[in-house]
Ligand binder design. Sequence first.
Ligand code: MN
Length: 506
Amino acid sequence: MATRSKASLATYQAKRDFAATSEPSGAKAKRTPRTKAPRFVVQQHDATAMHWDFRLEHDGVLVSWAVPKGPPERPKVSRLAIRTEDHPLDYIDFAGDIPEGSYGAGHVEVWDHGTYTLEELDLDAGKVHVELHGERLNGRYMLVRTKEGEDDGRRAQWLLRRLSPAEHPERAPLPQHAKPMLCTPSKLPPHLDRWAAEVKWDGVRALAYVEGGRVRLESRNGNDLTDQFPEIARMGRAMGSTEAVLDGELVAFDAAGRPSFQQLQSRLGVTSASTVRTRMKSVPVTYVAFDVLQLDGRDLHDEPYEARRNLLRAALEDGDNWQVPASHDGAGAELLESVVALGMEGVVLKRLGSPYREGVRSGDWLKVKAQRRQEFVICGWVEGSGGRGGGIGSLLLGYHDGEGRLVPAGGVGTGFTDDMLKRLHAKLAPLERKTSPYDVAPRAGARSRRPGRAAAAEHFVTPKLVCEVEFTEFTRDGTVRHPSYKGLRDDKRAADVVREEPVGGR
Ligand code: MN
């Protein structure tokens, strides 16, 4: 037996410099006496990729697997487990930091430990059955090899499954998709003391599904955004083994610390991994998490707003690329005043005590904007003159009226950078068509046109693209006054764009 453990630890020892790492060398390891139950440990290891190391004391060593998503706590879930080199017995209580440059550099924590009852352990045949008696893990587990690795068993692929019923059957599994709750445009309501106020984050809404140290980001319309925002991945690691569905907004901050939808533009719709990495350096994005729908198996939809916020605050510490923003009870008017002063978009008021209603545009959440601002369908462009000659001078806008007809909303000719105009032209040119996309003819003179100039050449497009425009008000013929272009919105469907009217209020 001693010979087996010595030989099988050769790989462990060859990979490590014990002058650099605080991990044990195995020289002083003590075996559990035969009369006692053998031990197991699960170490959470925040290395290049977060994983959980599952180790069973056997034959004088710790037989080990790396489980990328962690041991399952429910039956019928198979988790990939990669066999790793045997570890010395005294590794069983190792916790700490493996220094940069060393093998397995990163933080190690004991996630669970205890003893186990051996039912079957045949590494050659690729079969292990044990009953774990730990603090988190109690019950029968099975490991089966599905793909051979090296001669010494390393790198073989196994599956780890729980055989016993779940210890906490009331724990709800993490949903795969949820729909964010939406805000109703509004003026400030009376009785502001019944409302909590938050900054309206000017970015892209995203739900975050956190499980096994990993985050999956999904947009409002169900697109997977995970690979587009790799800087948010570390939030999953920071949350460890917490399972959660968070609601929040992906935000780019400008130099003054204000959310900038314009800067965020360069991060949207980018799919090439190398471009994502380059742009991530110039325009890093923060996930602003403002609500939690589910936490560690507990459904929170019916919990009051304040309770959800407290649970969220406790579950997520602010990091470089994620934060839980402040919520100000009863201070809607003051917050609106300060965001206006800072040139920000507005505030969101959330009724104290209100539940989370998925996918519902609820009167419990109100968006109060400092300036009017909404999405419009791009229906065409008008050629520019002077510096913009030949290219886009302004965009023709539209929205859907109460009968679903696409109606003209005037044009927007400011707020663009040259680069934005170039990119817009590249996107609009393939959509060009001869006929007007409007279901209703524009009123004479209703389009933005520079005074004293002849009508510039108009180009119509198939109404597919959606952009966001800031303006002061709608004129009587339904066009925007003092419009300024803010950016494209690829998270909204053209068919959903309607005229937004603030309701109620004082
Ligand atoms: Mn490891």
